[in-house]
Design a protein around this ligand. Structure first.
Ligand code: SAM
Length: 291
């Protein structure tokens, strides 16, 4: 039987989906991750990818309410059995990239009666993320940040370094700027491959992201500013000028760089978020976008 193939519902042999299943076996590390959330006795906790329950078993005893989203149907079924007697956990079999967070956390129909009105409840998120999906999951969580207070996540060490990198350092890039636009990032600790079964090829780091969007403070509109960040970081080796000139006329670009004191030969990686935002605002006020 070929490795990496499974039989699908139609009886066909298909490639096994990649799920990033490396299960935490270091109990002390599991406790440290859960403790990084602080007191959750009055809080709803959302766990992404509970797997075989290393974090879930600790969380269910501490959280007021626990919602765990697991894509693997066998693992989801096992978790439901394992926690059948707990009344504060809901295991959702689903894909975190397509699950409807508004349905889970948003206003419910029929709760407009006085006393029953919907109030947003701050949710703490935790997860040892499937590494190949880290950026996609983070972008989705940032999109739904209105529901989240903090996120304690385990990611590949190199990705943690990028997420928390300071401007002007080697690791600072689009992922750092985006994460820091929405959250305050803290690196907590790192684990070796042997903390997991099976061991991954890389080290893993735990991060705490406290949701604190900067959009208002920076005076930028979300969609256009994200597009601007993507353009600025477009080609890593290019200067800011070269990355921006495809969208802005050179006269407008020069004037905006001058007005904000940004050198044209700088790279986006060297620019702090407030300077990038100032440049974006200066360009927007000159209405220089050519597309
Ligand atoms: N939390 C467990 C632990 O620490 O031992 C498992 C972590 S393992 C690195 C990642 C888990 O995420 C796996 O259980 C995997 O099945 C699940 N997973 C992968 N892709 C997912 C997705 N798109 N949505 C929800 N869960 C997913």
């Amino acid at each position: 039987m070929s490795k990496g193939l499974v039989t699908n519902a139609a009886g066909r042999r298909v490639r096994k989906p990649k799920l990033g299943q490396h299960f935490l076996r270091d109990e002390q590390a599991a406790r440290r991750i859960v403790e990084a959330l602080g007191d959750v006795s009055q809080t709803t906790v959302l766990e992404i990818g509970p797997g075989n329950g290393a974090l879930t078993a600790l969380l269910v005893r501490r959280a007021r309410r626990l919602i765990a989203i697991e894509i693997d149907k066998v693992l989801a079924a096992q978790l439901r059995m394992q926690f059948a007697t707990a009344d504060n956990i809901e295991v959702i079999e689903g894909d975190v990239l397509s699950i409807d967070f508004d349905t889970i956390f948003g206003p419910k129909p029929g709760t407009s009666r006085p006393g029953l009105e919907w109030k947003p409840e701050p949710v703490d998120l935790v997860g040892n993320l499937p590494y190949f999906l880290t950026s996609d999951i983070l972008l989705r969580l940032f999109e739904y940040r209105r529901y989240f207070r903090q996120m304690v996540i385990m990611v590949q060490r190199e990705v943690a370094e990028r997420i928390s990198a300071k401007p002007g350092t080697r690791d600072y890039g689009l992922l750092s700027a985006t994460a820091q636009l929405y959250t305050k990032t803290e690196r907590l600790f790192t684990l070796p491959p042997g903390a997991f079964n099976p061991p991954p090829k890389v080290h893993s780091s735990v991060l705490r992201l406290t949701v604190a969007p900067q959009l208002e403070k920076l005076g930028v509109q979300e969609g256009p500013f994200i597009d601007f960040l993507k353009l600025s970081f477009g080609q890593k080796r290019k200067t800011l000028w070269n990355n921006l000139k495809s969208q802005y006329e050179s006269g407008v670009l020069r004037a905006a760089l001058n007005a904000t004191g940004v050198q044209p030969n700088i790279r986006a990686e060297a620019l702090p978020l407030d300077k990038t935002a100032a440049l974006f605002r200066a360009l927007a006020s000159r209405n220089g976008a050519t597309s």
